[in-house]
Design a protein around this ligand. Structure first.
Ligand code: ZN
Length: 187
């Protein structure tokens, strides 16, 4: 049975954005493999350190920590045309954006690896999934010609970009390189 005890604790330090307009439905995501392998379901994320289930909002001014043991929690959220600015661009930590669609086989392959990355890099990166079928403006804006298209955003700017699936190790190297590029950021 899930407990939401960790949620209230985190709220002390984070202003949660509620009632996001056009919040994406999660029913299609639930059908994807990888969304329930010890990670998250419907915004509930199990702590990798102590196992506590924590409810984590899609957007908040901080980074989520476990309400029980206070370790950083993986942050995995959905966004669409209406919520992308709030969920992805306004994030204080680098964001991995996954432009995907339910009919895309390679997307289903890369999704579990991205979620594993989000767990490995808890507190350092946020993973934001955007279904291009229901988010035409975002996919057009980033010129997604093929999916999966993966982006690393730093303070809302594209720091790295990759098209196509890749194994976990390659994704990890790609993200590490993007994250370590801080000195090269434009002012
Ligand atoms: Zn914990």
């Amino acid at each position: 049975m899930l407990e939401a005890a960790g949620f209230e604790t985190w709220l002390v330090n984070a202003r949660v954005v509620r009632h996001l307009p056009g919040r994406p439905k999660t029913d299609r995501l639930d059908a994807l493999p990888g969304t329930d392998n010890g990670g998250m379901a419907n915004g509930v994320i199990r702590c990798g350190s102590c196992g506590q289930a924590n409810r984590v909002p899609a957007a908040a001014a901080g980074t989520p920590r476990c309400g029980k043991c206070h370790q950083p929690l993986p942050w995995i959220a959905d966004a669409d045309d209406a919520t992308f600015s709030e969920v992805a661009e306004a994030a204080r930590i680098p964001v991995i954006v996954d432009l995907w669609a339910p009919w895309c086989g390679p997307c289903r392959m890369v999704s579990p690896a991205l979620e594993q990355l989000a767990r490995d890099l808890a507190g350092q990166v946020k993973l934001v999934k955007v279904n291009v079928d229901t988010s035409p403006r975002i996919s057009q804006r980033f010129g997604a010609q093929a999916i999966p298209t993966l982006l690393v955003l730093r303070r809302g700017r594209v720091a790295a970009r990759k098209t196509g699936a890749a194994p976990l190790a390659a994704l990890r190297t790609w993200v590490d390189n993007a994250l370590s590029g801080a000195a090269g950021d434009p002012p």
